[in-house]
Ligand binder design. Structure first.
Ligand code: DGL
Length: 269
């Protein structure tokens, strides 16, 4: 088996959040060749308007596809996926898996019927998210918190600065003010990266639900069922791609090493 025979999977996010999805993918499908791409030039996505994001994700994916020729793309960003999936699926023929808020499993898990949705301001406001709630959590009360600050804290955490617990407690407060709330959806891929700290900052135990394992299962099924995608073999070639060179990337060394992303590259847009 040669390395080049492995399925090539492109995992895309605005920043480092998609590493939480990459982690689940690497655990489930260790033989694939992964490219992790961060649109750090346009980070953050959670506060940008819809028209900008649709155009931006299209442009970045186009450049990434030309450069890396992936077999499958994972848009490891709720903010982007809840908006751009129909558009990009229309334009690109490669299978695309999106990451969207795990409302359905959370509603199934909750015993009290009160669940929290922790996401970016963009994801919280999307019609797509509201439809998910209507379809899968119609009998639940959903308390939403949109926090751009939490995204920044997760970025800093992967650069070696842990988030202050009191800041996390303040962000979580509107959720825990609902005393019956028993389940929180981490509906931004950045948030599972600081889940341990969120658990510490929480005033009581709850279920924390994210999309990582479900996405890994979905990708696994697609790889198995698609004759045109090469199966996972074995690859040690994993690359991180950024849309802008920045000193800030040096601080990510440990985080990138943890995911075997030992080559760094750039695309020019
Ligand atoms: N990681 C992204 C998500 O899942 C958003 C972060 C950002 O605001 O750029 O929503």
């Amino acid at each position: 088996m040669t390395n080049t025979a492995s399925a090539k999977i492109l995992v895309f996010d605005s920043g480092v959040g998609g590493l939480s999805i990459l982690q689940a993918l690497q655990q489930a499908l260790p033989g694939c060749e992964y490219t992790y791409a961060s649109d750090n030039q346009a980070f953050p996505y959670g506060t940008k308007n819809a028209d900008f994001l649709i155009q931006r994700v299209h442009t970045v994916l186009q450049a990434l596809i030309e450069k890396t020729r992936p077999d499958l793309i994972v848009v490891a960003c709720n903010t982007a996926s809840t908006l751009v999936l129909p558009h990009i699926r229309q334009h690109f023929s490669i299978p695309i898996v999106g990451v969207v808020p795990a409302i359905k499993p959370a509603a199934l898990l909750s015993k009290t019927g009160i669940i929290g949705l922790l996401a970016t301001p963009g994801t919280v406001a999307r019609p797509y998210t509201k439809n998910l709630v209507q379809e899968f959590a119609n009998d639940c009360e959903v308390v939403s918190v949109g926090s751009a600050e939490l995204v920044t804290l997760a970025e800093q955490s992967l650069r070696g600065t842990p988030p202050p617990l009191e800041t996390l407690s303040g962000i979580l407060k509107p959720l825990f003010d609902k005393h019956q709330l028993d389940t929180i959806v981490l509906a931004c891929t950045h948030f599972p990266l600081i889940k341990d700290q969120l658990i510490k900052a929480a005033p009581r135990p709850v279920n924390w639900v994210d999309s990582g394992e479900a996405i890994a299962r979905r990708v696994s099924t697609l790889l198995t069922n698609s004759a045109s995608i090469k199966p996972p073999q074995y690859s040690t070639l994993h690359t991180a791609i950024f849309t802008m060179a920045s000193n800030d990337i040096d601080l990510l060394g440990d985080a990138l090493n943890k995911f075997d992303l030992d080559r760094i590259d750039y695309i020019q847009l």
